[in-house]
Design a protein around this ligand. Structure first.
Ligand code: FAD
Ligand code: SF4
Length: 397
């Protein structure tokens, strides 16, 4: 009889029971498995260790004195790209799904951890290990809710798989990297997306109901570089709502406490990151962190149009002004919000400067949240790069 490893003797927590990170839990899924054995070390909200894990994943931690690395993490390349033939129904042009399909088709991996939705609810996440291109395609498009992607980790070990691709957001990937060596894999590939302002399924409903004209027909939404939320409806129509017109007073509590305390917007520990915020409107933004990430991107390069990343404008004033405005939950009348949106779109930050605008606004807000709600965690939980970014601004008490 083979003996059990220490984690295999541990027991997953029951659904709905209180998690070790308490209200800060992002439901990453680790505690739904026997890997809960490692939670005190692995959980992104109990033990922030991005610098150490960067060194493990990319052979070094980010250079804090390099302005691009300070913001976007360890990388060897950044480009803007879009698929020549976009995947219908993907979040953007489907670069993430295309890379995953290519890796499976070429036999680089035996399975892909990704997240489909349940039959009953288009936004209820259902993590799976995909073994066919069809299963990967069925996972396309964001499920804009906390998703327990790591809940399938026991199945990975039990399946005997040796080569695996995991798609996920920052908090999931931090915990994954911390237990990577325990998974018994020969090769783990990590394809990340940036992530911010995520919500529980109930929180999502509240956001849709307070913001969209037709919450029940929304199939897709994104906070876009033109400073508007774009909702896509079932009939294909697009509804846009300016950021400055969001009902911040009603939405203040909608974001999950985990996401209000997160400083890993750019998914620092993935091999390759695919988002949009550092790219021109309509393009995706790609950050190649290491050689594994380059290998993954090279698989689809012939399916992509690409261009260098660009940066334009100056975010600092807009960020400084947004800090007290958010703090006091100011909502502008819709006509003024639309006007603001138009003005800021014309003269405002673009490309990498837009990404910095978004990072600065969220890090300052989150820093204040942790300082006020979990002051005992502030020092250890906020990474050094985030302290430097926040330190550029004047914050209220
Ligand atoms: P697709 O080919 O449509 O594939 C999407 C993939 O995302 C699927 O493989 C699926 O498994 C995975 N996925 C879906 N929902 C989740 C989830 N909840 N948790 C983990 N994995 C999931 N990019 C930015 O630049 N700035 C942002 O602020 C930003 N916020 C995001 C917030 C969330 C909650 C998510 C999930 C993504 C966010 N992104 C953000 C990434 C961006 O929206 C796109 O997902 C990314 O550009 C890939 O687009 P695509 O068309 O290539 O993806
Ligand atoms: Fe467990 Fe993940 Fe929640 Fe941390 S965030 S308590 S690791 S489920």
């Amino acid at each position: 009889m083979t003996s059990l490893s220490p984690h295999q003797k541990a027991k997953a927590l029951k659904p709905g029971s209180r998690r070790p990170a308490k209200e800060l839990c992002s439901e990453c899924g680790l505690c739904d498995t026997y890997y809960i054995h490692y939670v005190k070390e692995a959980c992104a909200f109990i033990n922030q260790q991005i610098g150490e894990l960067e060194a493990q994943a990319h052979t070094r931690s980010r250079h804090l004195d390099n302005p691009d690395e300070l913001y976007f993490g360890v990388h060897q390349d950044m480009i803007a790209a879009r698929k020549q033939q976009p995947i219908e129904g993907a979040q953007w042009t489907g670069i993430v799904s295309s890379i995953a399909i290519e890796m499976l088709n070429r036999g680089l991996v035996e399975g892909v951890v990704c997240v489909q939705n349940t039959k009953e609810d288009r936004f209820q996440p259902m993590p799976i290990i995909a073994r066919t291109p069809e299963e990967i395609l069925a996972a396309r498009v964001n499920k804009p809710t906390l998703s327990p992607n790591l809940s399938i980790l026991e199945q990975v070990e039990q399946s005997g798989m040796k080569r695996l691709l995991v798609i996920g957001v920052g908090c999931q990937i931090q915990a994954l990297r911390a237990v990577e060596k325990q998974l018994g894999l020969e090769k783990l590939y990590v394809l990340g997306t940036p992530c911010v302002d995520n919500v529980t399924r109930a929180g999502l409903q509240k956001f849709l109901e307070t913001t969209s004209r037709s919450p029940e027909t929304v199939v897709h939404y994104e906070f876009m570089q033109d400073f508007r939320v774009h909702f896509k409806h079932e009939d294909g129509s697009i509804e846009t709502v300016p950021f400055f017109g969001l009902k911040t007073n009603q939405l203040k509590d909608v974001f999950a406490p985990s996401c209000m305390s997160c400083f890993d917007y750019v998914n620092s520990l993935a091999d390759l990151v695919v988002g949009y915020m550092g790219a021109p409107f309509g393009w995706q933004w790609i950050v190649v962190r290491n050689d594994t990430g380059k290998e993954m991107l090279d698989l689809v390069k012939d399916q992509l149009d690409t261009q260098p990343v660009m940066s334009q404008g100056d975010r600092k004033e807009a960020v400084q002004q947004s800090i007290p405005a958010y703090d006091k939950a100011v909502t502008l009348p819709m006509w003024a919000a639309k006007l603001m949106g138009v003005v800021i779109e014309r003269i405002g930050p673009k490309g990498l400067e837009y990404a910095r605008f978004s990072i600065d606004s969220h890090f300052t807000r989150n820093y204040l949240y942790v300082k006020r709600n979990h002051p005992e965690k502030l020092e250890a939980h906020v990474p050094e790069y985030a302290k430097r970014i926040v330190g550029q601004y004047k914050l209220p008490d």
